[in-house]
Design a protein. Structure first.
Length: 256
């Protein structure tokens, strides 16, 4: 467990710090480094599994805490652990709906993954960029911590089926994907499990809703309508604007 501190700052990755799916702009990296030098404990919280966070950060911020799979995975001091996984009945129910809707999916275990979607789907550009894992059959994963549907005959119906099974479901209409997490797993819930209850947060998408809502100081990157009225500050989704807001936070002791 991490000692809770108001000088903790939490960053989503894709669409918040990373705009090309592969790297973080140097201006943003410099601003985040300034936050760290100012005494902020850094947390990177992403829908990506920890495996796919590492290449984007490219070795930067080794002391940071990582939250992956929208809260189902955590890495503290370099040790990755699954803190939430689909139960057998839960997963069987989801797979029945997947077959019914002829869905293709990306399923993540604690480290390796299974994939049945199209070979040319854009999501593959963000999977295992560092060649750190193995693509295996679903049955060979020791646990399933995250399940991403990339195609289906009826995406809204499949999303509703997941909610009926008691899962956390984020239907990203702009990307035409559905993100399923076990139970009530969220980034905010993972933070709380680590003992972090006071923090600043940057996010851009609906899976950052609770993260931003419960932050001491919250910044929305972009204009996702689902986050209207939630964040204290909104900035444009470009590296210069994001870096400027992070730098402002680093220099404002009253916020951090």
């Amino acid at each position: 467990m991490i000692t809770s501190s108001a000088r903790t700052t939490v960053f989503d990755i894709d669409g918040t710090l990373c705009f090309d799916g592969r790297s973080v702009d140097g201006r943003i990296l410099a601003a985040v480094e300034a936050c760290e030098r100012a005494g902020h404990h850094l947390v990177f919280a992403s829908a990506r599994p920890v495996r796919d966070l590492l290449p984007v950060l490219d070795g930067a911020f080794p002391a940071a805490t990582l939250i992956g799979g929208n809260g189902s995975l955590v890495s503290v001091d370099g040790r990755v652990r699954a803190r939430a996984a689909f139960g057998t009945r839960e997963l069987d129910g989801l797979l029945a709906e997947v077959r019914r809707h002829r869905a293709g999916y990306l399923a993540d275990g604690p480290w390796d993954y299974a994939y049945t979607g199209p070979a040319d789907h854009p999501i593959l550009g963000r999977v295992d960029q560092g060649n750190l894992a193995a693509r295996v059959d679903l049955a060979d994963l020791p646990a399933v911590v995250k399940f991403l549907v990339v195609e289906a005959t009826d995406m809204p119906a499949l999303a509703e089926a997941g909610r009926a099974l008691g899962m956390t479901v984020n239907h990203h209409l702009d990307e035409a994907i559905i993100d399923f997490a076990p139970g009530t797993t969220t980034k905010w819930e993972a933070l709380a499990s680590l003992g972090i209850d006071e923090y600043n947060a940057f996010g851009n998408d609906i899976n950052d809703l609770d993260l931003l809502r419960n932050a001491r100081h919250s910044v929305r990157v972009g204009s996702h309508a689902g986050l209207d009225g939630v964040a204290r500050v909104t900035v444009a989704p470009d590296p210069e604007a994001v870096a400027a807001e992070i730098s402002r936070l680093a220099g404002a002791g009253s916020l951090g």
